[in-house]
Write a protein that binds this ligand. Structure first.
Ligand SMILES: Nc1ncnc2c1ncn2[C@@H]1O[C@H](COP(=O)(O)OP(=O)(O)OP(=O)(O)O)[C@@H](O)[C@H]1O
Ligand SMILES: [Mg+2]
Length: 272
């Protein structure tokens, strides 16, 4: 879990109503550079030499020309096949990654639940991690102490809160991450799949908190393969495919498109 401090408000510069948009992405693309393994190197070096290039890498475009705006208070689901660019999109939103083209603007304080343990330090206790995260966010030690009780209660980690978090199970890490994230009063909340790791009761508890955030007009972006959760919680769903947005709108419709895509893949595989 990683909490990012508030970033520059550029909505006025972009000429949009600063009260309505929490997120504005214009023409964003992101590429990863993948270097060949040594054993592959020779082969690709020869191919590249024949092509007149001397590259030892190839570029993978994880996102291609993505534009979208999300209003304050919206809950938007992101769906799509493995590798379609969902996590990359969230990492651009919280500035873990920078786009190769385009602009990304997010208004307000961002709390994220990305990969397991991201933003946490594995060697120190859950309790110390809470203080560390609180200070990254800009809370004073006093403020962090005031919220500590509630965070620990929510996490239900008991004595484990004093143990190094490398001893935690995956579900325990999620409990700590979620407990911190919901208690820091962020404006924008980015969640990548992670909820699925918690047990059923904890998942329910988290989803109730998400409802609560919705009532308080927080902006939520939720990546999930669980279309039932997307349908239940989101007012809008975006379908990513090979780094592009191919559907954006009412969740039922985007989910239908997603199912069609999956069915066409299964069909293609059956034909092969
Ligand atoms: N660090 C990286 N280096 C190289 N390529 C990467 C890296 N991270 C992601 N990619 C590639 O970028 C593309 C998008 O990956 P991303 O993790 O955003 O997908 P995703 O939609 O979150 O998938 P999943 O459903 O499996 O979580 C994939 O082709 C992936 O192989
Ligand atoms: Mg992902």
């Amino acid at each position: 879990m990683k909490i990012m401090p508030a970033i520059e408000d550029t909505s006025a510069k972009l000429g949009v109503d600063p009260t309505s948009n929490a997120i504005l992405i214009r023409g964003a693309s992101k590429k990863y550079r993948v270097y060949y393994e040594k054993s592959e190197n020779i082969k690709y070096l020869i191919i590249n030499l024949l092509k007149g290039k001397a590259d030892r890498h190839r570029d993978v475009w994880a996102l291609r020309d993505v534009s979208l705006s999300i209003r304050r208070g919206e809950t938007v689901g992101i769906i799509g096949e493995n590798g379609s660019g969902k996590s990359t999109l969230l990492k651009l939103l919280c500035k873990i990654l920078l786009p190769d083209t385009g602009t990304i603007d997010v208004r307000g304080r961002i709390a994220t639940l990305l990969e397991l343990g991201s933003g946490f330090s594995m060697e120190i206790s859950g309790r110390k991690n809470i203080f560390m995260n609180a200070s990254i966010l800009g809370l004073s030690r006093k403020e962090a102490r005031e919220r500590l009780g509630e965070i620990i209660d929510f996490s239900e980690l008991g004595d484990y809160i004093n143990a190094p978090i490398k001893t935690y199970s995956s579900g325990m890490l999620v409990r700590l991450g979620f407990a911190v994230a919901i208690n820091v009063e962020a404006d924008v909340f980015l969640i990548d799949e992670i909820l699925a790791v918690g047990d059923e009761r904890f998942q329910r508890k988290c989803l109730e908190r998400i409802r609560d955030m919705q009532r308080r007009q927080r902006t939520i972006v939720l990546v999930s393969h669980n279309v039932a959760t997307i349908e239940e919680f989101c007012s809008r769903a975006i379908l990513l495919h090979e780094g592009r947005i191919i559907a954006d709108g009412e969740p039922g419709r985007s989910i239908d498109e997603y199912r069609k895509l999956q069915a066409s893949r299964s069909g293609a595989q059956a034909d092969a």
